[in-house]
Design a protein around this ligand. Structure first.
Ligand code: SF4
Ligand code: SF4
Length: 348
């Protein structure tokens, strides 16, 4: 099957289809490659909750700021968390007010810093899905081995499968899913088999090049039109059916699952990962946030954006009061946030 044939087919007549690309990196590639313009208007691509920054609750940001304001404590975070709004302010605003926040490029940096500054305690802001969770587990292992007692972990770690289950259970309109490529390298393509069976929705695991995504869309369109619902791994060079056993073992060794609050969405059972009993001594209060559903009331419609119910430009604040420079919601902040991607690619 060559690409010209696929392009011709996808531009042709189809039944109404709604395909969710779960991962923000896919959303970005779809825009970069102008993929929407190549499809029949009946094939609608919608974004999903695939960016951990977007779903991190305000209470987590508040807790991180609390640590950063505590004498002798330093909060370490990746840069993309800096502008996410908490209930009062973002980490960036807190830093301007004197909070001790440092941007890290890898959580490993905490080990060196903590060894060099024993009078300070470093709290690592750990946000992410299965793709990044093993790297945090590795730092916990190294902390334990080193005997350092001045490193803590503030976690907002999320599992993708319960979120997909939640979406399948609550949204009948989605016809098919482009499965998140990065997460799939850890979980394996077979992880989606249960969902395809239960909800009769096809999944295609895809890489991030434009061509990969077009092939995945074509595969899903054909599956839906032929009343099939299977998992097709279209990224076999990277994603194995069984996933990455070493990474999964790391996750299971250090973390246990529990309920978690997803910003804009609500509580999803079993969708959070928390340090297990053996390593709970390193926790910086994350477990206490598990049932915290407090949410700042704003007109931000991120919840609907990340569930694929509206496109960002349907939010009245898009591009007006809400821009990457002054984000009103997390989806405008992250480089993988749907609103930010739409802003960068649709406004010239
Ligand atoms: S445009 Fe801004 S306010 Fe609207 S949904 Fe997106 S992030 Fe929220
Ligand atoms: S909306 Fe946010 S969370 Fe969802 S895929 Fe896009 S970037 Fe990721």
């Amino acid at each position: 099957m060559n690409l010209d044939h696929i392009l011709k087919e996808l531009a042709g007549d189809h039944q109404e289809l709604k395909i969710m690309e779960v991962c923000g990196t896919h959303t970005s590639s779809i825009f970069k490659n102008g993929i929407r313009s190549l499809l029949s208007p009946k094939i609608r691509l919608i974004s999903g909750p695939g960016c951990p920054v977007c779903v991190t609750p305000a209470s987590y940001i508040d807790k991180a700021i609390e640590w950063a304001m505590t004498p002798n404590y330093v909060l370490l975070t990746f840069g993309d968390m800096m502008k996410v709004p908490g209930s009062e302010k973002s980490l960036s605003e807190a830093k301007a007010d004197g909070a001790r926040v440092e941007i890290m490029y890898s959580p490993q940096e905490a080990l060196k810093k903590a060894a060099a500054n024993p009078e300070l305690t470093y709290v690592i802001a750990c946000v992410g899905f299965e793709t990044t969770i093993p790297s945090y587990a590795l730092v916990i292992e190294q902390t334990e081995r080193s005997g350092l007692t001045n490193i803590k972990f503030l976690t907002a770690l999320r599992r993708v499968m319960p979120a997909l289950d939640f979406i399948c259970a609550t949204d009948n309109e989605i016809s098919a899913f482009i499965a998140p490529g990065h997460v799939s390298t850890i979980l394996g393509s077979q992880a989606y088999a249960g969902l395809t069976e239960q909800y009769m929705k096809p999944f295609a695991v895809a890489g991030f090049e434009g061509e990969h995504i077009l092939i995945a869309i074509y595969d899903l369109v054909k599956q839906v039109e032929n009343h099939k619902h299977e998992v097709h791994n279209l990224y076999p060079s990277v994603v194995k059916p069984e996933g990455n056993a070493v990474a999964l073992a790391y996750i299971n060794n250090y973390f246990e699952s529990g309920q978690a609050f997803w910003r804009g969405i609500g509580v999803i059972e079993d969708s959070g990962l928390y340090l297990n009993q053996k390593y709970r001594k390193y926790d910086a209060g994350s477990a206490d946030l598990a049932g915290d559903t407090a949410q700042k009331t704003t007109n931000c419609r991120c919840g609907e954006v990340i569930l694929g119910k509206i496109n960002p430009d349907e939010c009245p604040m898009f591009g007006k009061v809400c821009t990457p420079a002054k984000a009103q919601g997390p989806c405008m902040v992250s480089s993988e946030g749907t609103c930010g991607i739409w802003f960068r690619f649709t406004r010239k």
